[in-house]
Design a protein around this ligand. Structure first.
Ligand code: SF4
Length: 351
């Protein structure tokens, strides 16, 4: 049987200490390994030159760094780049690099596909294949050609982060811990439709920013757009959020995709303001990008501006999010690796 080596990338210090203990290495070697991976970003164990040759050989037998470069890149006219990564199991995920004047954001995936089946989302249409491991989540950053330029990471790519919360929290620990990337949690935003099991745990175990996909203030309409509403309603979620203070340290935002003639009238703006009253948050309005087979259209800019102005006048910091990478299917709701997954399955069947 093939000897499968485990990736060191994605391991917390605690896990690296278990590795060094298993191999009879000194305890401080765990910190050395973490520094080689997360600070110096080496691609092989052989480069960890402050470990003895014996220990490097022992490590190499059972472990590898576990980084793998993207297999494809698509560039938008606006500078956005969509990267395709292949996991060791042969699955595909996408990450989107978005350079702006003063920041550079990477939108990362947490799952291959998604179970949530939001009506407006290509990933939802793809269905669910697998959770990404911490190594596979972090590899999107580790192996990004522009990684040294990154200022922010958002978990808004493929998948629902709270449906893979153990692995997402481990990746966040590595990103924010002193032994890891040592990023401020303020540079990281995790987006969710809101899952009953995960939301409170995330708020209590992470200091990263939180973005909640609202898309409609009305439970019945939200359920028709986002089936997850049925299991955990937006009103229950708001009740929970009232238990926490979002005025300091971390930011809470609500994402609101605007669909023409569906959720974009002043009546909806009023309902949103009513629902969020008393919560310290910001609201991001997002233009809908048409996707194949979905009978929804994006709102006009005039509608979006009127919506924003209403919310602003009612005390909510509200922005209209610039659309990026639409020409390469990299914009919000447009990520899908269904084609690559299908091609690989067909090849396996033919082989
Ligand atoms: S919008 Fe997010 S949660 Fe909904 S189907 Fe797409 S990836 Fe999943």
């Amino acid at each position: 049987m093939e000897n499968v080596r485990r990736p060191l990338l994605g391991m917390t210090l605690h896990e690296l200490q278990a590795v060094t203990a298993e191999l009879g290495m000194p305890k401080f070697a765990a910190k050395q390994i973490a520094a080689w991976i997360y600070d110096k970003k080496v691609r092989s164990i052989d480069e960890m030159t402050n470990l003895s040759l014996k220990h490097r050989l022992m490590l190499n037998e059972r472990y590898e760094v576990g980084a793998s470069a993207p297999v494809e890149a698509m560039r938008s006219v606006d500078g956005t780049v969509k990267y395709l990564y292949r996991t060791s199991e042969g699955n595909y995920v996408e990450a989107v690099y978005i350079p702006e004047a003063e920041r550079a954001t990477l939108c990362v995936s947490s799952q291959v596909g998604c179970k949530m089946n939001c009506q407006f989302c290509m990933t939802g249409k793809q269905g669910f294949t697998a959770n990404l491991t911490p190594a596979q989540i972090l590899n999107q950053i580790y192996s990004l050609p522009e990684r040294d330029m990154l200022t922010n990471v958002v978990f808004m790519g493929m998948g629902e982060p709270m449906d893979n919360l153990d692995n997402v929290l481990r990746a966040l620990e590595v990103l924010t811990a002193d032994y890891g990337y040592a990023w401020s949690p303020k540079r990281i935003t995790v987006s969710t439709v809101g899952l009953r099991k995960g939301l409170r745990r995330f708020i209590e175990e992470s200091d990263c920013h939180l973005a909640i996909s609202m898309h409609s203030p009305l439970p019945e309409q939200r359920e028709s757009l986002m089936p997850a509403e049925k299991a955990y309603s937006i009103t229950e979620m708001i009740d929970l959020l009232h238990d926490y203070d979002f005025s300091k340290q971390r930011r809470l935002s609500f994402e609101y995709i605007m669909f023409k003639g569906v959720n974009d009238t002043p009546l909806y703006a009023k309902e949103v303001a009513h629902l969020l009253r008393g919560i310290d948050c910001r609201i991001n309005l997002i233009r809908f990008h048409a996707i194949p087979g979905v009978d929804l259209e994006g709102s006009s800019m005039d509608r979006m501006i009127a919506f924003r102005d209403y919310l602003t006048q009612h005390g909510f910091y509200t922005t209209i999010r610039a659309s990026r990478g639409e020409d390469i299917f990299a914009a919000c709701g447009m990520l899908s690796t269904a084609r690559q997954q299908h091609i690989d399955i067909s090849k396996k069947q033919q082989g």
